[in-house]
Design a protein around this ligand. Structure first.
Ligand code: ZN
Length: 442
C-alpha cells in the first residue's frame, strides 16, 4: 500500500479532461499537494492508504471553479449603487468611494470577505484587477486560496499612485515580491483604453514580458467605450491594441461585448483569452458578448463574475447557468452553450486562460490538488440523471461542501477552516458602518 495524504471520493468524479468524462464511484488520490491518481474508488482504495478521507456517498468531486475576472475589494461596495449605467456607476459612485476609502487595511479585509464568498461557492482560483495588490495577495495567501493578482494601472491619480508611471513602479514591486509563489501569480493590469493611454499599455506589456507575467485588461465592454476610443484614436479598442502590438496569448481581456467579426479574428489570431462576465454585462446593460462566435473562431473563453458590486455575487455556478441560458435565448438555439461547454469554461478552459493550464483546472496526475466536493443530497439535485446538467443548471453555491487547494483542506462541511469566518464578517460590518456614516455626513 502506498501512503497518501488524502483520498477524495464520490458517486461522480468529473476530471474535466478533454473528453468531459465521468467516473462513477470514483476517487482522487492526493500526496504532497498534488494529484497522484484519479480512477475507480475500488482500485484506488486497494492501492493507497490515506491519512484522511473526504467526500463519499451522494457526493460529486470536480476541479475547483475559476473566476477569470473580478475585483476582490469591491465586495465591500456590493449593493451601494445599483440600477444605473456603467459610466455613472463608476464616475458617480465607485471611484469617489474608492478615493475616500482605499488603503492596505481596507483591501486586505475586503479581500478576506471576497475569498470567503468565492471559496464557499467552490471557486479555487481567481483573476483579479485592483490596486493594493500586495494586501490582496497577502489576504489570499493567508486564507490558502489561489489567485492571479493584477496590479491596476490607470493614467489618473489614485489613492496608490499619482500617475501611470507610479502605477507601473508599484506593479514591478508586486512582480518582484510574488513571482514564483506557489499560490499567487502577480500580473500587470492596465484598466482599459478609456483610462490608460496606448503608451501605458505598451509600458505594461514590456514590464509583463520582462517578468513572464500575465496581462489583464478590460476590453470593448460598452458601446460608449468603442465610440469613445474611435473618437480619440480613429480605431476600435481591439484594432488599436492590435496596431500597437499589445495583443498576445499573455493577455486576458474581460468582457469583449462589442467586437466586430474582423476583431474576433484578431483575438483568435493573437490567441487572446476572454473572460465572459454575463451577469455583470446584463446588470449594467452593457450588452451580450458574441461568445458563440468567439468560440467558433477559436478564441479561448472563460467565465468571470466581475466585482461583487456589479453582479452582485461571486459564484461561477450561477454564471454557468446564466451564460448557458442567455446564449440559447439570443441565438434561438437550445443546443448552444451546453452544460459540458459551460463547465469546461468554468474549470479547465478557465485555468488555461490564466496561463495555469499545467497547474490546475482539471483532475489529472501531477496537477495541483485543487478540487471541490458537491453535496448531492439536496431536493433540487434528486433524482440525478446527468451530473453535467445538475452542475450547470441546478446546483448553487450552498451545495459546495468541501474545498481543497494545493492538497490542503480549506473548507470542510461548509466552514472555512483556515481563518475565523466570524472575524471576516465582523470586519465587513465595521467597514460597512464607517462607509455608511460617511455618506450620511456628506
Ligand atoms: Zn471588471
Amino acid at each position: 500500500m502506498i501512503e497518501i495524504d488524502l483520498l477524495v471520493s464520490g458517486d461522480y468524479v468529473l476530471p474535466m479532461d478533454t473528453e468531459c468524462s465521468v467516473i462513477k464511484d470514483g476517487a482522487v488520490a492526493v500526496r504532497d499537494g498534488k494529484i497522484v491518481a484519479v480512477g475507480c474508488r475500488k482500485d484506488l482504495i486497494d492501492m493507497y492508504s490515506a491519512k484522511k478521507e473526504l467526500g463519499g456517498l451522494y457526493r460529486a468531486v470536480l476541479p475547483g471553479f475559476v473566476n477569470a475576472h473580478t475585483h476582490l475589494p469591491m465586495a465591500y461596495f456590493r449593493g451601494m449603487a445599483d440600477d444605473i449605467p456603467l459610466k455613472l456607476w463608476l464616475e458617480g459612485h465607485i471611484w469617489p468611494t474608492e478615493n475616500a476609502w482605499l488603503d492596505d487595511d481596507f483591501c486586505y479585509d475586503a479581500s478576506l470577505l471576497a475569498c470567503l464568498e468565492m471559496l464557499k461557492a467552490g471557486v479555487t482560483v481567481y483573476n483579479n484587477m485592483y490596486f493594493f495588490g500586495d494586501a490582496i495577495a497577502r489576504a489570499t495567501k493567508r486564507i490558502g486560496m489561489r489567485g492571479v493578482v493584477g496590479a491596476g494601472i490607470v493614467d489618473f491619480p489614485t489613492k496608490t499612485a499619482s500617475s501611470s508611471v507610479e502605477c507601473l513602479s508599484n506593479a514591478e514591486d508586486l512582480l518582484k515580491t510574488w513571482t514564483g509563489d506557489d499560490l499567487i501569480v502577480p500580473s500587470v493590469a492596465p484598466h482599459s483604453l478609456y483610462t490608460c493611454a496606448p503608451e501605458s499599455f505598451s509600458s505594461a506589456r514590456k514590464l509583463a514580458e520582462r517578468y513572464g507575467a500575465p496581462l489583464h485588461i478590460h476590453l470593448s465592454e460598452t458601446r460608449w467605450e468603442v465610440e469613445e476610443i474611435r473618437r480619440r484614436y480613429g480605431k476600435t479598442p481591439i484594432e488599436l491594441l492590435d496596431s500597437i502590438g499589445f495583443l498576445s496569448e499573455r493577455v486576458l481581456a474581460a468582457h469583449c461585448v462589442w467586437p466586430l467579426e474582423s476583431e474576433i479574428e484578431i483575438l483568435a489570431k493573437c490567441n487572446v483569452a476572454v473572460a465572459h462576465c454575463i451577469e455583470s454585462n446584463m446588470k449594467l446593460a452593457s450588452g451580450i458578448a458574441p461568445v458563440i462566435d468567439m468560440l467558433k473562431a477559436g478564441v479561448r473563453v472563460a467565465l468571470g463574475t466581475d466585482g461583487a458590486a456589479s453582479n452582485n455575487d461571486m459564484s461561477i455556478l450561477s454564471e454557468m447557468s446564466t451564460a448557458a441560458k442567455v446564449h440559447k435565448a439570443v441565438s434561438d438555439d437550445p443546443t448552444a452553450m451546453d452544460s459540458r461547454t459551460v463547465l469546461s469554461m468554468a474549470t479547465r478552459w478557465g485555468a488555461e486562460t490564466l496561463g495555469l493550464g499545467s497547474v490546475t483546472g482539471s483532475l489529472e496526475d501531477g496537477k495541483s490538488a485543487d478540487l471541490i466536493v458537491i453535496d448531492l443530497t439536496k431536493p433540487h439535485l434528486i433524482p440525478l440523471y446527468n451530473i453535467y446538467s445538475h452542475l450547470a443548471y441546478s446546483a448553487c453555491a450552498s451545495d459546495v461542501e468541501s474545498v481543497v487547494i494545493n492538497g490542503r483542506l480549506v473548507v470542510k462541511d461548509r466552514v472555512l477552516i483556515t481563518y475565523d469566518e466570524d472575524k471576516i464578517l465582523e470586519k465587513a460590518r465595521i467597514w460597512g458602518d464607517k462607509i455608511k456614516m460617511s455618506t450620511l455626513d456628506s
